[in-house]
Design a protein around this ligand. Structure first.
Ligand code: EPZ
Length: 421
């Protein structure tokens, strides 16, 4: 398994271009199942998770091609199977996003229950309750969801708690349902808005995406499409933190500042200077005395859970005491013991971690445990005195497109070594 070797202390400088959004691309690619024609997607990030979803779709009979960098062409006209197997769904739980489209387009689906992952149990009860309310027959058997429906019926779906995947699965299913579906308590994430964008470009009738009430008027068919995926807001936030933790100055191209307002507010509260550049770039100057600010993760447009580990790394080297509370997932502090190995002063109290600022991290040998935890270790290593070895970097490759190359181009001392435990 690959590892990173990082020698800390270099101030990052220069321009970085943000890749397409993993969490937008995954549901957008799944929506091809709903289409009568070929779908071409651009600005798709080059990630292991994208390869995985193409394999899941391939098992269904959707052929995929990559005619150019960051371009994926899917042909769903030859779908022969409606099953998503355990080994792929277990590898990437976003595979559950084929359930809604299969049910809506073919009236049946057999999809492995995703099972938990490193950051939590992550059930899909809200997805299944919604499909049952739309008239689907849902059975759980031998670790699989077996679902069937002659034709899904539009209805009112109320999500008591915010679910991004649940909102996306229902939006896709409702696009071909008979009648109108109203989702109340919908997730407002930019990735939900992007999915509504591609569905409407295919002929769907969706209004209100990005608000808490989304109205979907079912149509009979959806056509092929050519669509560009939005930039990755979590990668954008990660590079903003990278500027702060190395006291560097970056120009971030193709990032959407309006997708990361809560992150920008927090980082400016810590002392970073962030502004819009001439050609729509995000300019960040991290050369400042970092101040502690408290953080609570909440659904969009609040501070995103996917940035919690990264801002914790920054808080570790800020002056003062920070409290960071994770409200979305029940086990998303696995970066804490690893950051402590690098000298961080952290105290975990249930869903909150108290961070007491230190001068600088110390290089050490650490282990990546999940995608965003890995990013926080990379950020800490960029700041650290001496060398840091980060093992199991495959976690990072799932969600960051060429992060090592991008960091090297900004002056970081990063190398990737093959093999090892
Ligand atoms: C999406 O996951 C993202 N993944 C996650 O990003 C992100 O952290 C999460 O939304 C929250 O913003 C993708 O978009 C592929 P949820 P999702 O359904 O849809 C509970 C990353 O690092 N819940 O909004 O699975 C659930 O357990 C990943 O890129 C239920 O209880 O998240 C969690 O505690 C990590 N029942 C909370 O709700 C359900 O039926 C939010 O989950 C569904 C969810």
């Amino acid at each position: 398994m690959d590892k990173f070797i990082i020698y800390g202390g270099n101030r990052l400088k220069g321009q970085v271009t943000i890749s397409g959004s993993k969490n937008a691309a995954l549901p957008v690619l799944c929506s091809s199942i709903l289409s009568e024609g070929v779908c071409t997607y651009t600005n798709v990030p080059d990630l292991d998770d994208i390869d995985t979803i193409c394999r899941v779709l391939g098992h269904l009979g959707v052929t995929s091609q990559k005619p150019a960098p960051n371009t994926v062409v899917l042909d769903p006209t030859g779908i022969t199977s409606h099953e998503a197997h355990y080994d792929l769904v277990k590898k990437m739980r976003a595979s559950i996003l084929v359930l809604g489209p299969l049910l809506a387009r073919y009236g049946r689906a057999k999809v492995s229950l995703p099972g938990g992952c490193a950051i939590g149990v992550r059930p899909i009860d809200m997805h299944l309750k919604a499909f049952a309310k739309m008239g689907a027959e849902i059975d759980l058997s031998h670790g699989y969801v077996v679902a069937s429906a002659d034709r899904l019926k539009g209805t009112r779906i109320v999500f008591d708690n915010t679910t991004v995947g649940g909102t996306e699965n229902v939006m896709m299913a409702a696009s071909l349902a008979d009648g109108t579906t109203v989702i109340e308590g919908a997730a407002k994430e930019p990735e939900v808005v992007d999915l509504a964008g591609v569905l409407n470009a295919m002929g769907a009738r969706i209004e209100g995406a990005g608000e808490s009430t989304v109205v979907i008027e079912g149509v009979k068919t959806l056509s092929g499409v050519r669509y560009e995926v939005i930039p990755d807001r979590i990668e954008t936030g990660t590079f903003l933190v990278a500027a702060g933790i190395t006291k560097g100055r970056l120009s971030i191209a193709r990032g959407r500042a309006d997708h990361v307002t809560a992150v920008i507010d927090k980082l400016m509260g810590m002392g970073l200077q962030i502004s819009e550049g001439q050609s729509g770039t995000i300019e960040v100057n991290g050369d400042c005395d970092l101040r502690a600010v408290n953080v609570e993760t909440v659904p969009h447009p609040g501070f995103p859970t996917d940035m919690q580990a990264q801002i914790m790394a920054l808080a570790c080297v800020a002056d003062g005491v920070t409290s960071i509370t994770e409200n979305i997932f029940e086990n998303r502090f696995m970066h804490v013991p690893e950051l402590m190995r690098m000298g961080a002063n952290l105290e975990e109290k249930g869903r909150t971690v108290i961070v007491r600022g230190i001068e600088r991290f110390q290089g050490a040998s650490v282990m990546a445990t999940d995608l965003r935890a890995s990013a926080s270790l990379v950020l800490a290593a960029l700041n650290a005195i001496g060398y840091t070895e980060i093992r199991r970097i495959y976690h990072l490759d799932r969600g960051y497109d060429a992060l090592d190359k991008k960091l090297m181009a900004l002056g970081a001392d990063v190398s990737r070594e093959k093999g090892g435990l």
